[in-house]
Design a protein around this ligand. Structure first.
Ligand code: CP
Ligand code: NVA
Length: 304
């Protein structure tokens, strides 16, 4: 039966650890020139309605490295923009492609596509979740810090799609997650409630970001206005100001904490240039690992 990857709930803890191990192994194989073209004759579709640099290029490069090919579809240039139903699109694309990555606004659209597609559907970011990013971020944490279970991850800033995927990861794996957001910008209550009900999440909510980072081994942030929220950017800049990841906040955290950001970053807003470019930042390793973690995901979904 085909598997989808719409949120981290779609994979078990054992599968997450397997994908992380595979990502690390594929990274080593690539460096040693040992990567096998296990996805020959396979085609990945990328159906995107929001902009992307990392997600698009890392999936395309991963597919190419594994011997397969890609076709990129800007939703505005498909018949979806003229009213063709998602259900028909899913059934038609399933006749041409072996898997589909979708980036869009409404998470329900990806659920609908997955329900009607005969091929694996991968969430390449929705307003609700960004599981590919957090899967590769978990790989980065393992590379830098070894055991995921021992980490204290702080999320500082907006309770957005990235925060939701970190909550899902905590629910599956049980590491401590400290979330600090301004009033009115907390993660979805439903996402938090499911994590507490069905998972083994150990999640704390903090009004004060200094308290959230006090024991943190990993400090995470993201843009204050996500794609689709550009009209709120000015208001958000003033509301989120106390939640900036800067040298003063880092001084409250353990000295060996690593700093993560999924990128793109707005220097001087959610993170200062000094911290982003500083010795604790791992943001470009994080970006690279999108390639390796997604190569593992593709191989798992398509080659077996
Ligand atoms: N982090 C991330 O998903 O980047 P893109 O928006 O460039 O794909
Ligand atoms: N929260 C951000 C992540 C970008 C990769 C957004 O949705 O725009």
């Amino acid at each position: 039966m085909k598997r989808d990857f719409l949120t981290l709930w779609d994979v078990s803890a054992a599968e997450i650890f397997f994908l992380i191990d595979q990502g690390i192994r594929l990274k080593q194989d690539w460096a040693a020139g040992l990567l096998k073209p296990v996805l020959q004759q396979k085609t990945l579709g990328l159906l995107f309605t929001k902009p992307s640099t990392r997600t698009r290029v890392s999936f395309e490069a991963a597919m190419h490295r594994l011997g397969g090919s890609c076709t990129f579809l800007n939703i505005q240039h498909t018949q979806l923009s003229r009213g063709e139903p998602l259900e028909d699109t899913a059934r038609v694309l399933s006749r041409y492609l072996d898997a589909l990555v979708v980036r869009t606004y409404d998470h329900q659209d990806v659920v609908t596509l997955a329900r009607h597609a005969a091929i694996p559907v991968i969430n390449g970011l929705t307003d609700l979740a960004h599981p590919c990013q957090v899967l590769s971020d978990l790989m980065t944490v393992v590379e830098k810090k070894k055991r995921l279970e021992d980490q204290v991850v702080a999320w500082v800033g907006d309770g957005n799609n990235m925060a939701h995927s970190w909550i899902n990861a905590s629910a599956r794996l049980g590491f401590r997650l400290n979330i600090s957001c301004p009033e009115g910008y907390w993660p979805s209550a439903r996402v938090l409630e499911r994590a507490r009900r069905e998972g083994i999440a150990d999640i704390g909510l903090y009004e004060n970001p200094a308290e959230a980072v006090r024991d943190a081994t990993v400090i995470n942030t993201d843009v204050w206005a996500s794609m689709g929220q550009e009209h709120e950017a000015e208001k958000r800049r003033s509301v989120f100001r106390p939640f900036q990841v800067n040298a003063a906040l880092l001084a409250k955290a353990p000295r060996d904490a690593i700093v993560m950001h999924c990128l793109p970053a707005h220097r001087g807003e959610e993170i200062t240039a000094e911290v982003l470019e500083g010795p604790q930042s791992v943001v470009f390793d994080q970006a690279e690992n999108r390639l390796h973690a997604q190569a593992a995901l593709l191989q798992w979904l398509l080659a077996s």
